[in-house]
Design a protein around this ligand. Structure first.
Ligand code: DGY
Length: 368
Protein backbone atom coordinates (compact mmCIF):
# COMPACT_ATOMS: atom_id res chain seq x y z
CA UNK A 1 0.00 0.00 0.00
CA UNK A 2 2.78 2.45 0.77
CA UNK A 3 6.11 3.50 -0.44
CA UNK A 4 8.41 2.16 2.26
CA UNK A 5 11.41 4.31 1.34
CA UNK A 6 9.27 7.39 1.62
CA UNK A 7 8.04 6.38 5.07
CA UNK A 8 11.54 5.55 6.21
CA UNK A 9 12.58 9.05 5.25
CA UNK A 10 9.59 10.56 7.07
CA UNK A 11 10.28 8.41 10.10
CA UNK A 12 13.90 9.64 10.27
CA UNK A 13 12.71 13.24 9.96
CA UNK A 14 10.31 12.74 12.86
CA UNK A 15 12.89 11.02 15.04
CA UNK A 16 15.25 13.89 14.42
CA UNK A 17 12.42 16.29 15.24
CA UNK A 18 11.70 14.67 18.58
CA UNK A 19 15.35 14.38 19.56
CA UNK A 20 16.06 18.00 18.82
CA UNK A 21 12.78 19.12 20.41
CA UNK A 22 12.83 22.02 17.98
CA UNK A 23 9.55 23.72 18.64
CA UNK A 24 9.09 26.38 16.04
CA UNK A 25 11.09 25.25 13.03
CA UNK A 26 10.27 21.64 13.90
CA UNK A 27 6.59 22.39 13.75
CA UNK A 28 6.98 23.83 10.26
CA UNK A 29 8.97 20.77 9.12
CA UNK A 30 6.38 18.45 10.54
CA UNK A 31 3.49 20.13 8.76
CA UNK A 32 5.47 20.21 5.48
CA UNK A 33 6.11 16.48 5.81
CA UNK A 34 2.45 15.91 6.42
CA UNK A 35 1.46 17.88 3.31
CA UNK A 36 3.89 15.80 1.25
CA UNK A 37 2.39 12.61 2.67
CA UNK A 38 -1.06 13.80 1.80
CA UNK A 39 -0.10 14.26 -1.87
CA UNK A 40 1.30 10.73 -1.96
CA UNK A 41 -1.86 9.33 -0.46
CA UNK A 42 -4.09 10.81 -3.12
CA UNK A 43 -2.54 8.36 -5.55
CA UNK A 44 -3.26 5.34 -3.34
CA UNK A 45 -6.22 3.04 -3.94
CA UNK A 46 -9.22 3.39 -1.57
CA UNK A 47 -9.31 0.61 1.05
CA UNK A 48 -12.32 -0.88 2.76
CA UNK A 49 -11.32 0.33 6.21
CA UNK A 50 -13.89 2.14 8.33
CA UNK A 51 -12.79 5.00 10.60
CA UNK A 52 -15.01 6.41 13.33
CA UNK A 53 -14.43 10.09 14.05
CA UNK A 54 -16.03 10.57 17.45
CA UNK A 55 -16.52 14.35 17.32
CA UNK A 56 -18.56 16.24 14.71
CA UNK A 57 -16.24 19.24 14.73
CA UNK A 58 -12.98 17.53 13.82
CA UNK A 59 -11.59 19.87 11.14
CA UNK A 60 -12.48 19.01 7.55
CA UNK A 61 -8.81 18.81 6.54
CA UNK A 62 -8.49 15.60 8.57
CA UNK A 63 -11.75 14.13 7.28
CA UNK A 64 -10.66 14.85 3.69
CA UNK A 65 -7.38 13.03 4.28
CA UNK A 66 -9.08 10.01 5.80
CA UNK A 67 -11.76 9.90 3.09
CA UNK A 68 -9.12 9.50 0.41
CA UNK A 69 -8.46 5.93 1.46
CA UNK A 70 -11.08 4.93 4.05
CA UNK A 71 -14.78 5.07 4.75
CA UNK A 72 -15.26 7.80 7.35
CA UNK A 73 -18.15 7.75 9.85
CA UNK A 74 -18.57 10.92 11.91
CA UNK A 75 -20.52 11.09 15.16
CA UNK A 76 -23.11 13.87 15.22
CA UNK A 77 -23.82 14.59 18.88
CA UNK A 78 -22.54 17.65 20.65
CA UNK A 79 -21.30 17.40 23.31
CA UNK A 80 -20.05 13.98 22.20
CA UNK A 81 -22.47 11.30 23.31
CA UNK A 82 -21.05 8.00 24.53
CA UNK A 83 -24.09 5.99 23.48
CA UNK A 84 -23.76 7.24 19.91
CA UNK A 85 -20.02 6.55 19.90
CA UNK A 86 -20.52 3.00 21.17
CA UNK A 87 -23.31 2.31 18.67
CA UNK A 88 -21.30 3.57 15.70
CA UNK A 89 -18.12 1.82 16.91
CA UNK A 90 -19.29 -1.62 15.84
CA UNK A 91 -17.08 -3.01 13.09
CA UNK A 92 -14.75 0.00 12.68
CA UNK A 93 -11.04 -0.43 12.04
CA UNK A 94 -9.92 2.80 13.63
CA UNK A 95 -10.97 5.61 15.93
CA UNK A 96 -10.10 9.27 15.64
CA UNK A 97 -10.96 10.02 19.27
CA UNK A 98 -11.89 13.68 19.25
CA UNK A 99 -12.86 14.26 22.88
CA UNK A 100 -11.61 13.39 26.37
CA UNK A 101 -14.22 10.63 26.84
CA UNK A 102 -12.75 7.57 28.61
CA UNK A 103 -11.22 5.26 26.00
CA UNK A 104 -11.47 1.91 27.67
CA UNK A 105 -12.57 -1.72 27.53
CA UNK A 106 -16.17 -0.74 26.81
CA UNK A 107 -15.04 1.02 23.64
CA UNK A 108 -12.84 -1.84 22.46
CA UNK A 109 -15.64 -4.33 23.04
CA UNK A 110 -18.13 -2.11 21.17
CA UNK A 111 -15.79 -1.96 18.17
CA UNK A 112 -14.80 -5.61 17.92
CA UNK A 113 -11.63 -7.58 17.16
CA UNK A 114 -10.97 -6.00 13.72
CA UNK A 115 -9.94 -2.71 15.43
CA UNK A 116 -6.44 -1.84 14.21
CA UNK A 117 -5.58 1.71 15.21
CA UNK A 118 -6.59 4.55 17.54
CA UNK A 119 -5.49 8.13 17.82
CA UNK A 120 -6.47 10.87 20.19
CA UNK A 121 -6.62 14.51 19.12
CA UNK A 122 -4.71 15.64 22.18
CA UNK A 123 -1.23 15.51 23.62
CA UNK A 124 -2.41 14.16 26.97
CA UNK A 125 -3.64 10.57 27.01
CA UNK A 126 -4.71 10.36 30.67
CA UNK A 127 -8.27 9.33 29.64
CA UNK A 128 -6.97 6.31 27.70
CA UNK A 129 -6.48 2.86 29.21
CA UNK A 130 -3.01 2.60 27.73
CA UNK A 131 -2.16 -0.78 29.28
CA UNK A 132 -5.32 -2.28 27.83
CA UNK A 133 -4.53 -1.04 24.34
CA UNK A 134 -1.00 -2.34 24.64
CA UNK A 135 -2.27 -5.73 25.76
CA UNK A 136 -4.47 -5.83 22.63
CA UNK A 137 -1.48 -4.68 20.54
CA UNK A 138 -3.48 -1.74 19.24
CA UNK A 139 -1.25 1.19 18.31
CA UNK A 140 -2.20 4.52 19.87
CA UNK A 141 -1.31 7.89 18.39
CA UNK A 142 -1.62 11.34 19.94
CA UNK A 143 -0.89 14.90 18.82
CA UNK A 144 1.88 16.54 20.84
CA UNK A 145 4.39 19.10 19.47
CA UNK A 146 1.98 20.87 17.08
CA UNK A 147 0.16 22.38 20.09
CA UNK A 148 3.23 23.41 22.08
CA UNK A 149 3.37 26.97 20.74
CA UNK A 150 -0.30 27.70 21.43
CA UNK A 151 -0.15 26.20 24.93
CA UNK A 152 3.08 28.06 25.70
CA UNK A 153 1.51 31.34 24.56
CA UNK A 154 -1.38 30.83 26.96
CA UNK A 155 1.02 29.87 29.75
CA UNK A 156 2.81 33.19 29.31
CA UNK A 157 -0.51 35.00 29.47
CA UNK A 158 -1.50 33.20 32.66
CA UNK A 159 1.89 33.90 34.23
CA UNK A 160 1.65 37.61 33.52
CA UNK A 161 -2.02 37.84 34.47
CA UNK A 162 -1.43 36.11 37.82
CA UNK A 163 1.86 37.85 38.65
CA UNK A 164 0.50 41.29 37.74
CA UNK A 165 -3.00 40.78 39.13
CA UNK A 166 -4.93 41.46 35.93
CA UNK A 167 -8.16 39.79 37.02
CA UNK A 168 -8.12 41.55 40.37
CA UNK A 169 -7.42 44.86 38.65
CA UNK A 170 -10.50 44.43 36.48
CA UNK A 171 -12.59 43.77 39.60
CA UNK A 172 -11.24 46.94 41.20
CA UNK A 173 -12.57 48.95 38.26
CA UNK A 174 -15.92 47.20 38.27
CA UNK A 175 -16.37 47.87 41.98
CA UNK A 176 -15.17 51.49 41.83
CA UNK A 177 -12.21 50.74 44.08
CA UNK A 178 -9.56 52.20 41.81
CA UNK A 179 -7.16 53.48 44.45
CA UNK A 180 -3.92 54.22 42.71
CA UNK A 181 -3.31 57.21 44.97
CA UNK A 182 -1.53 54.57 47.10
CA UNK A 183 2.09 54.06 46.09
CA UNK A 184 1.94 50.41 47.08
CA UNK A 185 -1.42 49.68 45.43
CA UNK A 186 -1.76 46.47 43.37
CA UNK A 187 1.90 45.59 43.57
CA UNK A 188 2.65 42.42 41.67
CA UNK A 189 5.62 40.13 41.19
CA UNK A 190 8.52 40.80 38.83
CA UNK A 191 9.35 38.26 36.16
CA UNK A 192 12.78 39.84 35.81
CA UNK A 193 15.39 37.93 37.86
CA UNK A 194 12.86 35.24 38.75
CA UNK A 195 13.92 31.66 39.26
CA UNK A 196 11.46 29.75 37.14
CA UNK A 197 10.56 26.18 38.02
CA UNK A 198 9.15 23.58 35.63
CA UNK A 199 7.33 20.52 36.87
CA UNK A 200 7.70 18.55 33.65
CA UNK A 201 10.08 19.95 31.04
CA UNK A 202 9.17 18.31 27.76
CA UNK A 203 8.29 20.03 24.52
CA UNK A 204 5.65 22.34 26.02
CA UNK A 205 7.86 23.28 28.98
CA UNK A 206 10.79 24.01 26.70
CA UNK A 207 8.61 26.10 24.39
CA UNK A 208 7.59 28.17 27.43
CA UNK A 209 11.27 28.45 28.39
CA UNK A 210 12.08 29.80 24.90
CA UNK A 211 9.47 32.49 25.33
CA UNK A 212 10.87 33.36 28.77
CA UNK A 213 14.23 34.19 27.28
CA UNK A 214 13.12 37.75 26.63
CA UNK A 215 12.18 38.30 30.28
CA UNK A 216 15.66 38.39 31.86
CA UNK A 217 14.91 35.57 34.28
CA UNK A 218 17.62 34.36 36.66
CA UNK A 219 17.48 30.72 35.60
CA UNK A 220 15.42 27.58 35.38
CA UNK A 221 14.98 24.66 37.76
CA UNK A 222 13.15 21.58 36.56
CA UNK A 223 11.82 18.33 37.95
CA UNK A 224 11.31 15.49 35.47
CA UNK A 225 11.87 11.74 35.39
CA UNK A 226 14.79 12.15 32.98
CA UNK A 227 17.32 14.94 32.59
CA UNK A 228 16.99 16.88 29.33
CA UNK A 229 20.66 16.61 28.37
CA UNK A 230 23.60 18.93 28.90
CA UNK A 231 23.16 20.93 25.70
CA UNK A 232 19.61 21.85 26.52
CA UNK A 233 20.44 22.57 30.16
CA UNK A 234 23.04 25.02 28.89
CA UNK A 235 20.69 26.51 26.31
CA UNK A 236 18.01 27.19 28.93
CA UNK A 237 20.32 27.80 31.91
CA UNK A 238 18.39 24.94 33.53
CA UNK A 239 19.19 22.58 36.37
CA UNK A 240 17.40 19.35 37.29
CA UNK A 241 16.42 19.36 40.98
CA UNK A 242 14.33 17.23 43.34
CA UNK A 243 10.69 18.30 43.77
CA UNK A 244 11.22 19.84 47.22
CA UNK A 245 14.00 22.06 45.93
CA UNK A 246 11.84 23.05 42.96
CA UNK A 247 8.97 24.25 45.12
CA UNK A 248 11.19 25.89 47.74
CA UNK A 249 13.37 27.89 45.35
CA UNK A 250 11.12 28.85 42.45
CA UNK A 251 9.49 32.27 42.13
CA UNK A 252 7.25 31.07 39.31
CA UNK A 253 6.31 27.43 38.72
CA UNK A 254 4.87 26.02 35.51
CA UNK A 255 3.16 22.65 35.67
CA UNK A 256 3.78 21.06 32.27
CA UNK A 257 3.75 17.34 33.10
CA UNK A 258 1.38 14.58 32.02
CA UNK A 259 -1.22 13.38 34.52
CA UNK A 260 -0.08 10.00 35.84
CA UNK A 261 -0.48 8.20 39.19
CA UNK A 262 2.91 9.74 40.15
CA UNK A 263 2.00 13.33 39.28
CA UNK A 264 -1.59 13.27 40.57
CA UNK A 265 -1.93 15.54 43.61
CA UNK A 266 1.79 16.45 43.60
CA UNK A 267 0.89 20.06 44.39
CA UNK A 268 -0.79 19.61 47.76
CA UNK A 269 -0.73 21.38 51.12
CA UNK A 270 2.80 20.13 51.83
CA UNK A 271 4.09 21.55 48.55
CA UNK A 272 2.24 24.85 49.05
CA UNK A 273 3.73 25.23 52.54
CA UNK A 274 7.19 24.84 51.02
CA UNK A 275 6.60 27.43 48.30
CA UNK A 276 7.52 31.08 48.67
CA UNK A 277 4.72 33.46 49.75
CA UNK A 278 5.57 35.44 46.61
CA UNK A 279 5.33 32.39 44.32
CA UNK A 280 3.13 32.25 41.24
CA UNK A 281 1.82 28.88 40.07
CA UNK A 282 0.78 28.27 36.46
CA UNK A 283 -0.95 25.05 35.41
CA UNK A 284 -1.50 24.36 31.71
CA UNK A 285 -1.27 20.55 32.05
CA UNK A 286 -4.03 18.72 33.92
CA UNK A 287 -6.18 19.82 36.87
CA UNK A 288 -5.69 16.77 39.09
CA UNK A 289 -1.92 17.36 39.33
CA UNK A 290 -2.97 20.03 41.83
CA UNK A 291 -5.04 19.26 44.90
CA UNK A 292 -7.67 21.93 44.29
CA UNK A 293 -8.86 22.25 47.88
CA UNK A 294 -5.28 22.77 49.01
CA UNK A 295 -4.76 25.31 46.24
CA UNK A 296 -7.82 27.22 47.43
CA UNK A 297 -6.44 27.32 51.00
CA UNK A 298 -2.96 28.29 49.83
CA UNK A 299 -4.35 31.22 47.82
CA UNK A 300 -6.87 32.28 50.45
CA UNK A 301 -4.28 32.32 53.24
CA UNK A 302 -1.62 33.80 50.96
CA UNK A 303 0.72 30.88 51.38
CA UNK A 304 1.44 31.58 47.73
CA UNK A 305 0.93 34.86 45.87
CA UNK A 306 -1.23 33.84 42.91
CA UNK A 307 -2.13 31.16 40.39
CA UNK A 308 -2.97 31.12 36.69
CA UNK A 309 -4.63 27.90 35.60
CA UNK A 310 -6.11 26.62 32.34
CA UNK A 311 -7.11 23.25 33.78
CA UNK A 312 -9.14 22.26 36.81
CA UNK A 313 -10.28 19.16 38.62
CA UNK A 314 -12.90 18.48 37.35
CA UNK A 315 -14.00 20.11 34.10
CA UNK A 316 -16.16 22.05 33.52
CA UNK A 317 -15.69 24.01 36.71
CA UNK A 318 -19.09 24.86 38.25
CA UNK A 319 -19.89 28.58 38.26
CA UNK A 320 -20.21 28.49 42.07
CA UNK A 321 -16.79 26.92 42.68
CA UNK A 322 -15.02 28.63 45.63
CA UNK A 323 -11.90 29.21 43.50
CA UNK A 324 -13.86 31.80 41.53
CA UNK A 325 -14.33 33.91 44.67
CA UNK A 326 -10.59 34.45 45.07
CA UNK A 327 -8.97 37.63 43.77
CA UNK A 328 -5.56 36.01 43.25
CA UNK A 329 -6.37 33.37 40.67
CA UNK A 330 -6.84 33.62 36.93
CA UNK A 331 -8.75 30.73 35.38
CA UNK A 332 -9.32 29.91 31.73
CA UNK A 333 -11.53 27.03 30.52
CA UNK A 334 -8.92 24.56 29.12
CA UNK A 335 -8.18 26.54 25.97
CA UNK A 336 -4.43 25.87 25.68
CA UNK A 337 -4.61 24.46 22.16
CA UNK A 338 -7.70 26.39 21.11
CA UNK A 339 -6.58 28.22 17.98
CA UNK A 340 -7.83 27.39 14.49
CA UNK A 341 -4.36 26.59 13.20
CA UNK A 342 -3.38 24.42 16.16
CA UNK A 343 -6.59 22.40 16.28
CA UNK A 344 -6.39 21.88 12.51
CA UNK A 345 -2.78 20.73 12.79
CA UNK A 346 -3.76 18.37 15.62
CA UNK A 347 -6.53 16.88 13.48
CA UNK A 348 -4.19 16.41 10.52
CA UNK A 349 -1.59 14.68 12.68
CA UNK A 350 -4.37 12.49 14.10
CA UNK A 351 -5.52 11.54 10.58
CA UNK A 352 -1.99 10.56 9.62
CA UNK A 353 -1.69 8.50 12.77
CA UNK A 354 -4.73 6.54 11.63
CA UNK A 355 -3.58 6.14 8.04
CA UNK A 356 -0.21 4.84 9.15
CA UNK A 357 -1.73 2.62 11.82
CA UNK A 358 -4.07 1.05 9.28
CA UNK A 359 -1.13 0.51 6.95
CA UNK A 360 0.56 -1.44 9.77
CA UNK A 361 3.31 1.15 10.04
CA UNK A 362 4.59 3.17 13.01
CA UNK A 363 2.21 6.00 13.78
CA UNK A 364 3.13 9.56 12.88
CA UNK A 365 3.08 10.53 16.57
CA UNK A 366 2.99 7.25 18.51
CA UNK A 367 1.97 7.45 22.16
CA UNK A 368 4.08 4.36 22.92
C1 DGY B 1 -4.04 18.19 25.18
O1 DGY B 1 -3.78 18.09 23.98
O2 DGY B 1 -3.76 17.31 26.00
C2 DGY B 1 -4.69 19.46 25.60
O3 DGY B 1 -4.96 19.48 26.94
C3 DGY B 1 -5.94 19.69 24.81
O4 DGY B 1 -6.79 18.62 24.93
Amino acid sequence: MCNLKFYFFIFCVILNFYHNGAARSGRRDKMADIEQQSKERQEEPKQSYKVLVTHPEVPKEALDLLSQVTEVIVCESLPPNRTEILEKAKGVHAFLWGSHEPLNDQVLKAAGPQLKAITTMSAGIDYVDVELLKSHKIPLGHTPIVLSAAVADLAMGLMLAAARRLQEGRRKIETSTWENYHINWMWGQDIRNATVGFYGFGNIGQTIAQRLQGFDIAGILYTTRHAIGEDKEKQFNAKKVPFTELVEKSDIIFIAAPLTPETQGAFNSTAFQQMKPTAVLVNIARGPIVNQKDLYTALKTQQIFAAGIDVVDSEPLPADDPLLTLPNIVITPHIGSATKRTRTDMAIVAAHNILRGLAGEPMFSPAY
